[in-house]
Design a protein around this ligand. Structure first.
Ligand code: DGL
Length: 261
């Protein structure tokens, strides 16, 4: 079984890529909605949550755990791997490498939570893969919370997104890295803004490929999906149709369940 988790809905963008890559795998998705947003929390707090969730998923029998959250990966993927050396742990890091490799203008930007924006992990990625490029690191406080409310048509959100992105385009940015899994759901807002000037870089597909590599494609089970949330699980059920992800639920799968972790 593969466990995928995030603070909330963002990891569903990774879950859908994993489901497409492994249609028969048994999946469990856990949204730590009692503690979101992670992006405004301390590293110590995020680490404690990641380790607690890791223990829960391991206890459910997950052999692979996908940390479908850039913030949690930056703060705690190492600690999670150390605690579970026998499990395959896959993290999500902003796509600095593909952005830096494909930019034509030499200027890329990464949109991320406050925590990821100031993380050592992001600084290392930039040092290792984008030394030849100019990288704008842009913290986007509040965006994940907006997305959690599923008010993606809110003109206030559109204005906020435009206010961050248009100056980057004017400065010559031609690759916009989505450094938070929630921001995948802003693609319908972002695409028309950047059309013809920049491309979005989302790592959901490469992450799913990494999951396939680590566990092999042969051990498929029944294709079950279990949805868990630490607060208001019904919001997870409501999010699937709102985000166009109803296809994720397998026939016979029940509603999302509350878990105390
Ligand atoms: N989806 C998460 C990420 O990729 C974090 C969102 C949040 O809880 O702040 O960083």
């Amino acid at each position: 079984m593969i466990g995928v988790f995030d603070s909330g809905l963002g990891g569903l963008s990774v879950l859908s890529a994993v489901r497409s890559a492994l249609p028969g795998a048994d999946l469990v998705y856990l949204a730590d909605t009692a503690h979101l947003p992670y992006g405004a929390k301390s590293d110590a707090f995020i680490r404690a949550r990641v380790l607690a969730i890791g223990r829960h998923l391991a206890g459910l029998g997950c052999g692979t755990i996908v940390v479908a959250c850039n913030t949690a990966t930056a703060a705690a993927v190492g600690a999670l791997r150390s605690e579970h050396p026998r499990l395959s742990v896959v993290g999500v890091e902003p796509g600095i490498k593909p952005a830096a490799a494909s930019t034509r203008s030499g200027r890329i930007a990464v949109l991320a939570t406050e925590s990821t924006a100031k993380s050592a992990g992001l600084a290392r990625l930039i040092r290792d893969h984008a030394a030849h490029a100019t990288v704008d690191v842009v913290a986007c406080p509040g965006w994940a919370t907006h997305i959690e409310k599923l008010d993606l048509d809110d003109p206030l959100l559109a204005a906020e997104v435009a206010a961050k992105v248009l100056p980057l385009l004017a400065a010559g940015v031609d690759r916009l890295v989505l450094g938070c899994t929630h921001y995948s759901f802003l693609a319908p807002l972002l695409e028309p803004l950047i059309a013809g000037r920049a491309e979005l870089v989302d790592v959901a597909l490469p992450v799913a490929r990494q999951v396939v590599r680590l566990r092999g494609e042969g051990r498929h089970r029944s294709g079950r999906l279990e949805l868990l949330a630490t607060d208001r699980p019904e919001r997870l059920d409501a999010a699937l149709p709102a985000l166009g992800l109803n296809w994720l639920t397998a026939p016979g799968s029940g509603p999302a369940r509350w878990v105390e972790i």
